[in-house]
Ligand binder design. Structure first.
Ligand SMILES: NC(=O)c1ccc[n+]([C@@H]2O[C@H](COP(=O)([O-])OP(=O)(O)OC[C@H]3O[C@@H](n4cnc5c(N)ncnc54)[C@H](OP(=O)(O)O)[C@@H]3O)[C@@H](O)[C@H]2O)c1
Length: 255
């Protein structure tokens, strides 16, 4: 019986990961801040799939909470077979805003927590000789849309480096790079989505199914959907000045 731990497993992409693992018969450990929503999600998954679900209410912006989750990941009595570092949010604040708090919040949850939790999982899985780590990054990491792009560029490069460090072991490491996905993400960050063409919206369950296929095949970068592979196949070869110009246009359409 395998167990997957998913941060941000109560909503959007994280909830889709939870459903996918549960449908395959895996037990779950779900991590998020909202304890009521965690309990409700756990009850639904247990009833629907007949699996065991543990919940850890933790704010991943708080270092002590992150260390508590890392301790759970490192447990040898109740091993975690798959870690999904998924919790995250949009950062709308300007880089020159007087208050750096939104940027620091993003760095804490989407960089520091990812680093600490994947490190704990990587050591435990290397010692056990198997396991899978999935870090949810973003195609935004190829663009230049403020702190959010910068944090996701970190997540992608960090994941590739971790895969190098774990090369030769049976621990698989994958960065998932979604495009636009229908979740609570945009509403939570007050990001306007009216200008996004409907053809570019991805479904969270389809995205996760593609990611799990890529992770099982040992792919370090998972960029689901042909249309996003085409778009970013082109964008990655454009001059950076052109990438910055495209990023400025996207950013101004969202505020
Ligand atoms: N949606 C997209 O278009 C898109 C595109 C590319 C990448 N992504 C990435 O996908 C990941 C998931 O996003 P989503 O779209 O599924 O968003 P979502 O629907 O808003 O879900 C976010 C999840 O993260 C949890 N969370 C947020 N802050 C947290 C914190 N400080 N500590 C612990 N848990 C926290 C939330 O639960 P609580 O509020 O209860 O804590 C929730 O379960 C993020 O890393 C995001 O950057 C999303």
């Amino acid at each position: 019986m395998a167990t997957a731990l998913i941060t941000g497993g109560t909503s959007g992409i994280g909830a889709a990961f939870a459903r996918a693992f549960a449908a395959g018969g895996d037990d779950l450990v779900l991590v998020a801040r909202d304890a009521d929503r965690l309990a409700e999600t756990a009850t639904q998954l247990k009833e629907r799939y007949g699996i065991a679900v543990e919940t850890l209410s933790a704010d991943l912006a708080v270092r002590e909470d992150v260390l508590r989750v890392a301790e759970r990941i490192a447990s040898s009595e109740q091993p975690i077979d798959t870690l999904v570092n998924n919790a995250g949010f949009g950062i709308r604040a300007k880089l020159l805003a007087e208050d750096p708090a939104p940027h620091e919040h993003g760095v804490d949850v989407m960089i520091r927590a990812v680093l600490i939790l994947a490190g704990a999982a990587g050591r435990a899985m290397r010692d056990r000789g198997r396991g899978t780590i999935i870090n949810v990054s973003s195609t935004a990491g190829f663009l230049t849309m403020g702190s959010y792009s910068a944090t996701k560029a970190y997540v992608t490069v960090y994941t590739e480096s971790l895969a190098n460090e774990l090369a030769g072991t049976d621990v698989k490491v994958t960065a998932l790079l979604p495009g636009w996905v229908q979740t609570e993400f945009h509403q939570r960050a007050s990001i306007r989505t009216g200008a996004i063409p409907s053809v570019l919206w991805l479904n969270a369950d389809d995205l996760v199914a593609a990611c799990l296929t890529d992770a099982a095949a040992g792919k370090v970068i998972s960029l689901p959907s042909v249309r996003y592979r085409l778009i970013f196949g082109i964008i990655r070869h454009l001059p950076r000045a052109t990438v910055r110009a495209i990023s400025r246009r996207i950013t101004s359409s969202r505020h």
